[in-house]
Design a protein around this ligand. Structure first.
Ligand SMILES: Cc1cc2nc3c(=O)[nH]c(=O)nc-3n(C[C@H](O)[C@H](O)[C@H](O)COP(=O)(O)OP(=O)(O)OC[C@H]3O[C@@H](n4cnc5c(N)ncnc54)[C@H](O)[C@@H]3O)c2cc1C
Length: 457
């Protein structure tokens, strides 16, 4: 069989977007996807008139790749919505109680003094440490440090425990003592270089920031994005259902083994998690595979429960809450879906999305859905006083789904892409390298499509 121009392994948003960007240059491709559906981690379940996110629920507005892509897909830009920021309030559990996080924070850094002063979430000592932080001098770091060390140096242990850790846990599912400040908090390192103080940097950022929601989504859920991509590709891109098990070189052509078959192409875009790409490349691109395999991953479990709003017994007066490590039993965070995204359930219903990550998700890998549900319900009873059972729920496990940008990550990524230059025709994109969010995946998909186009084969 003649070699194809491009094979894409993985039909998540990265693989779909790569195929879409290639179609701009009229470059044909085939996607290999091991499951019966495309979209990967992006999945919106539609049940009883509710649109319930099984994976991501939004994307960050300040990175334009998704919004730009939506502008190219028919009718999609009109579907973009911002979170309901008029009701934005995030609580953090402290001594078993929900305490509101001060308004005007960017990540763990307060940009306004008044709400910080009023806050019951952190002690007077921690507030004094934040004031003191504004006296720091600009600093150019010579080596990567952990997020834990970086934040503790600026604000002390309490801010790390009650603000930074819980916020980062939802995004990375990892521990601050392992995560890399350089890769996870590059913007804050920039403030340290420029102002010395992160507070001063955030105050400036708040002055400069355009108005509008920080987080965007699609009216009926994130899967609208991947469905629109799939529709745009229908009839133009072939999708092979099967698990790729190896990538080998044959002259100037790459061969991909899928089930009992071998497909060949001049270019292969690997759009799977790094640990999967590592296995695919271990025999024929070992130096790349070794570095990919060294990127650790964390797991997540998402439980969405839908209640009769009239009997819930909670005002849902915010976007939800975060549970710091020291207060955690099972869940790390809960989103009050209808407050954040009011159109996702009919008015008589209320959805609560709970997130289990990190150590807890790993430990529960072999625990039954029923047992996990009762742990989640116990947490909601403790933190929100909910005793009524839900009308129905969805349950999704995402094992080894969250790449951990640990100390030294940027050097590892540099090594990966240097080694990759020795394997012309192989391309990598996804959330394991340079940004964990959906806009990062779409941006990288665009980049590799351009690189493939530039190859003159
Ligand atoms: C619980 C959770 C919540 C998140 N929330 C957010 C959020 O709110 N906002 C945000 O921006 N980001 C969020 N993220 C991150 C975001 O979901 C990912 O960055 C993005 O979806 C990754 O897309 P991808 O296509 O690179 O990978 P994936 O979605 O993992 O897709 C990879 C695809 O490859 C397929 N595949 C795997 N192995 C093979 C094989 N051997 N052969 C063929 N196919 C294979 C898989 O079946 C899958 O379809 C979240 C992640 C998780 C886990």
């Amino acid at each position: 069989m003649a070699a194809e121009r491009v094979l894409i392994i993985g039909g998540g948003v990265t693989g779909l977007a790569t195929a879409y960007f290639l179609s701009r240059y009229a470059i044909p491709c085939t996607i290999i996807e091991k499951t019966h559906r495309t979209g990967g981690l992006i999945k919106t379940d539609v049940i009883e008139g509710c649109h319930l996110e099984a994976g991501p629920d939004s994307y960050i507005a300040t990175k334009p790749a998704v919004t730009d892509l939506a502008g190219e897909l028919p009718g999609l830009k009109e579907q973009i919505i911002g979170s309901n920021d008029a009701a934005r309030r995030i609580f953090v559990v402290r001594n078993g109680e929900l305490q509101p996080m001060p308004q005007g924070m960017i990540m763990m850094v307060p940009g306004e003094w008044e709400p910080l002063q009023q806050s019951q979430l952190i002690s007077e000592d921690a507030k004094r440490a934040i004031h003191q932080e504004t006296k720091r001098k600009p600093l150019e770091r010579q080596k990567d440090v952990s997020v834990g060390q970086f934040v503790e140096e600026h604000f002390g242990a309490e801010v790390l425990e009650y603000l930074t850790e819980p916020l980062l846990c939802g995004v990375y599912g990892g521990d601050s003592e392992n995560l890399s400040a350089g890769s996870v908090l590059p913007r804050f390192l920039g403030y340290e270089r420029k102002y010395g103080s992160l507070v001063k940097g955030v105050q400036q950022e708040l002055r400069d920031r355009p108005k509008g929601s920080l987080f965007l989504s699609f009216r009926y859920g994130m899967q609208t994005l991947t469905n629109s991509l799939a529709s745009a590709l229908a009839g133009r891109v072939n999708i092979v259902r099967g698990e790729a098990t190896g990538v080998a070189r044959q002259g100037d052509v790459w061969q991909v083994h899928v089930g009992g078959e071998t497909l060949s192409a001049h270019n292969v875009a690997l759009c799977c998690p790094a640990h999967v790409n590592a296995r695919l490349l271990e025999t024929n691109a070992a130096p790349v595979a070794e570095e990919l395999a060294a990127i650790p991953y964390s797991s997540a479990v998402l439980v969405m429960q839908v209640y009769d709003r009239a009997t819930l017994g909670h005002p849902l007066d915010g976007f939800g809450f975060l549970v710091p490590r020291g207060e955690r039993k099972t869940i790390a965070a809960a989103t009050w879906v209808d407050t954040k995204w009011p159109m996702r359930t009919p008015p008589n219903l209320a959805a609560i999305r709970t997130f289990i990550v990190g150590r807890q998700a790993m430990e529960l890998a072999n625990v039954s859905e029923a047992d996990i549900l009762s742990l989640v319900r116990s947490d909601l009873r403790t933190f929100m006083g909910i005793t009524t059972p839900p009308l129905f729920h969805t349950f999704n496990r995402w094992p080894n789904s969250m790449p951990q940008y640990v100390v030294g990550h940027s050097q590892r990524v540099k090594n990966i892409f240097e080694h990759l230059e020795n394997y012309p025709g192989l391309f990598l994109a996804g959330n394991a390298y340079d940004g964990v969010g959906i806009p990062d995946c779409v941006r990288q998909a665009d980049q590799i499509a351009q690189q493939i186009c530039a190859r003159s084969i």
